[in-house]
Design a protein around this ligand. Structure first.
Ligand code: ZN
Length: 163
């Protein structure tokens, strides 16, 4: 379903190639200007990995897995404590962490470390999106592996980079 995302044909082609070859890196960094849909790209990869009826290695967009991964359950309140928790989608294997001031807090890293240890509950891979983080500095790549993918979304750096 990369068709539904506008532009970035080079990035789409690279992601597609990784999915077709089943060679996604343990951690990826999505960067670019505000509003180009970095998070949507990252979520689309999470959907492609966990889709129940993938079409040509891409997410079908309509199975229960795809539908639930599309829904992020943001905290209802401004309460800072709630925003430092993992913000799960309706799917138990896909969540988002919002890094305050671009740097993950120690407790957020611990949460991800803990969650990354679990095997996927129902999908093929656990996927954690980290929003606005300088992933190179704060995250150890070895946290992620075969069944767990970390995706970092940031305004800075190269457009799509394996970490
Ligand atoms: Zn699907």
């Amino acid at each position: 379903m990369f068709d539904e995302l506008t532009g970035n044909s080079r990035v789409k082609a690279a992601l597609k190639r990784m999915l077709v070859n089943d060679r996604l890196p343990g951690a990826m960094l999505f960067t670019g200007e505000e509003g180009i849909g970095k998070k949507r790209f990252a979520l689309e990869v999470a959907r492609a990995l966990n889709c129940r009826t993938p079409k040509d290695h891409e997410a079908c967009g309509v199975c229960s897995s795809c539908v639930r991964i599309s829904k992020l359950n943001y905290p209802q309140r401004e309460d800072a404590d709630e925003w430092t928790q993992i913000i799960w989608t309706d799917h138990p294997d896909v969540g988002l962490v919002v890094a305050p001031k671009r740097v993950l807090r120690v407790e957020q890293m611990r949460q991800i470390e803990k969650e990354a240890n679990f095997r996927p509950f129902e999908g093929k891979a656990r996927v954690f999106l980290v929003d606005e983080a300088d992933g190179r500095l704060v995250m150890r790549n070895e946290l992620f592996g075969r069944n767990c993918l970390g995706q970092f979304v940031s305004r800075h750096g190269d457009p799509l980079r394996e970490m």
